[in-house]
Design a protein around this ligand. Structure first.
Ligand code: GRF
Length: 207
């Protein structure tokens, strides 16, 4: 069955674009049914528009609590019969209730090799710490911060003369490579969670 995907984005949406492009060029066994944003100025919304994808904006400041805000989002997702939520630069914490409702059906991308450099400044924190290797991680979302089971990771080296901007570019390139793959694995029912570990079924035969 083709999965119905909702992508959540608050900003530029380059990961959204990578997933759209991958679906066009290679196929995901999924359809991006909805782009959701908490920010009416997100460029991700224009990307949705250009690709004829429904977009919905809800402003958290119109709601008393995060739970009330998420309740409206849950209703929206249920109305759209969404199978998978893809957080792609969604700069707003989802509530525990939301996580429970979509248990093992929410993915996130983080711009560092988790469990290192959790939080909102993964690239900068790794760069300033002086690590020689960093990267990107796609993981399931649980109730903690960047703490759910890891699906795919890819490392990049940090050379000693590298600027933050160069590193950012390198990480984004890697993100655009691994996020569509993880989404595809999910949509093909190839992800099996065993405790903290995620097995990718048939990994050696098919990409
Ligand atoms: C990415 O670096 C992602 O890892 C982080 O937020 C950024 C979103 O970028 N969670 P974009 O909006 O997809 O271009």
């Amino acid at each position: 069955m083709v999965k119905r995907i909702a992508v959540f984005a608050s900003g530029y949406g380059s990961n959204l674009q990578a997933i759209i492009d991958y679906n066009k060029n290679n196929g995901l066994n999924g359809e991006i049914a909805l782009v959701f944003s908490n920010n009416k100025n997100a460029y991700a919304l224009s990307r949705a528009n250009k690709n004829n994808i429904r977009s919905v904006i809800l402003d958290p400041s119109d709601y008393g609590t995060r739970e009330e805000f998420d309740k409206s989002i849950i209703e929206l997702l249920e109305g759209e019969r969404i199978d998978l939520v893809v957080l792609a630069g969604y700069m707003f914490l989802v509530s525990p209730e939301f996580v429970r409702k979509f248990k093992n059906r929410i993915l996130n991308i983080h711009p560092a090799l988790l469990p290192s450099f959790k939080g909102t400044h993964g690239i900068k924190d790794a760069y300033e710490y002086g690590v020689k290797v960093t990267g990107a991680t796609v993981h399931f979302v649980d109730e903690g911060l960047d703490s759910g089971p890891i699906i795919v990771q890819k490392a990049v080296d940090i050379s000693q003369d590298e600027s933050m901007e160069d590193l950012e570019e390198k990480i984004h390139r890697v993100e655009h490579e691994i996020y569509p793959l993880a989404v595809k694995y999910f949509c093909e029912d190839r992800l099996k969670i065993e405790g903290r570990k995620v097995k990718i079924l048939n990994k050696n035969n098919i990409k």
